[in-house]
Design a protein around this ligand. Structure first.
Ligand SMILES: Cc1cc2nc3c(=O)[nH]c(=O)nc-3n(C[C@H](O)[C@H](O)[C@H](O)COP(=O)(O)O)c2cc1C
Length: 328
């Protein structure tokens, strides 16, 4: 394992070797994956929404702490506009505080109402947003860092659809807190470029889903390996909840339904887009069913291998990129 050579705002914030964050992954980011991230010198986040029962989330956090053996880890809390009744966000944060978790990645909406609770417990907050304007807002409510994900990303790119390259350079003049860039990041050269533009790190989703430590079926991962950057669809634009997914039967059906109908509601789409169908696809490997978040960095998902190896390649590619532009 190489020495930490990066002392910047993100490695300082999380105590990691590299300024790379493995973002929350619904159903997939569990203790094994997050601990693998920690051992690889980056930080990952257990996705709270994957563990709807409080005792299951508590058990997962404890398992992760044990597996991390002192290494950093956090919990992702996605606060997306309510799709199902019964708001449990405050209870989730209280559990996180109670368990002594040190880092959270929030997303989905403004975290302002929860900041006092988290700050009083000494928790560092990385808030993830789909555009620079929301990052500015998040900075004003006291988060420690923001991650801005661009239009290329797997999952929710928001409504503005600005690309990561623009976000990376633009944010530098808009923010006075550390920021990370996400969306389409799968090579170390992109990390080097983000750092050069003023970011302090990157957040990665799609590229890491082919890691061995992700529990999903190999047939699904093999599809991600075969797929390229044009094998995604943007779905659910009609209900202002856009999601970028692996192109499959379900994404085609959703897009078709949206094109043929006016005034589409989330309830209309639910039979097709329910997260339970996606979870089933991860279990069986039948990637044709369900909306399976995936972004344009399918360009870089070239084999199934341990997360540490993916991170290692990321790191050497970053070093190579930096040498490429070094002025002697
Ligand atoms: C399969 C998958 C599931 C995701 N689930 C969540 C989630 O539950 N909460 C969240 O905040 N972000 C989620 N994301 C977004 C990632 O954390 C990250 O922000 C995004 O993937 C970065 O873009 P990239 O996919 O281009 O690397 C998910 C992404 C993927 C690919």
């Amino acid at each position: 394992m190489s020495q930490r050579f990066f002392a910047n705002a993100v490695t300082e914030l999380f105590g990691t070797r590299l300024p790379i964050v493995a973002g929350g992954l619904m159903w997939l980011a569990d203790a094994e994956y997050v601990a693998a991230a920690s051992r690889a010198g980056i930080i990952g986040f257990i996705t709270a929404a994957s563990f709807p029962e409080p005792q299951a989330l508590r058990a997962e956090i404890r398992r992760c702490r044990e597996l991390c053996a002192g290494g950093p880890f956090g919990v992702n809390v996605s606060m997306l506009p309510k799709l199902v009744p019964g708001e449990k966000t405050r209870e989730v944060f209280e559990l996180i505080v109670d368990e002594g978790v040190k880092f959270v990645e929030t997303s989905g909406r403004n975290p302002e109402e929860f900041i006092p609770l988290l700050k009083s417990a000494g928790i560092k907050v990385l808030h993830k947003v789909p555009s620079v304007r929301y990052a500015v807002k998040a900075a004003s409510v006291g988060v420690d860092a923001v991650a801005i994900v661009g239009a290329e990303c797997g999952g929710h790119p928001g409504l503005d659809m600005v690309g990561s390259f623009v976000n990376a350079a633009w944010a530098e003049s808009q923010l006075d807190i550390p920021y990370l860039i996400g969306g389409g990041i799968g090579r170390g050269s992109q990390l080097a470029a983000a750092l050069a533009m003023g970011a302090s790190g990157v957040v990665v989703g799609t590229r890491f889903v082919v890691a061995e430590e992700i529990w999903a079926h190999d047939d699904y991962k093999r599809r991600l390996v075969e797929a390229g950057p044009t094998d995604t669809d943007l779905c659910m634009e009609s209900v202002r909840n856009t999601v970028r997914t692996l192109r499959n039967e379900t994404s085609a059906a959703v897009k078709d339904f949206e094109a043929r109908n006016d005034n589409v509601t989330i309830q209309d789409l639910m039979p097709m887009v329910s997260g339970k169908i996606g979870r089933e696809a991860y279990i069986t490997g039948d990637w044709r069913k369900g909306l399976l978040a995936a972004g344009q960095s399918l360009a870089f998902t070239d084999r199934i291998e341990p997360l540490a190896d993916i991170v290692h390649r990321f790191e050497s590619d970053m070093m190579h990129a930096m040498k490429r532009v070094a002025i002697s």
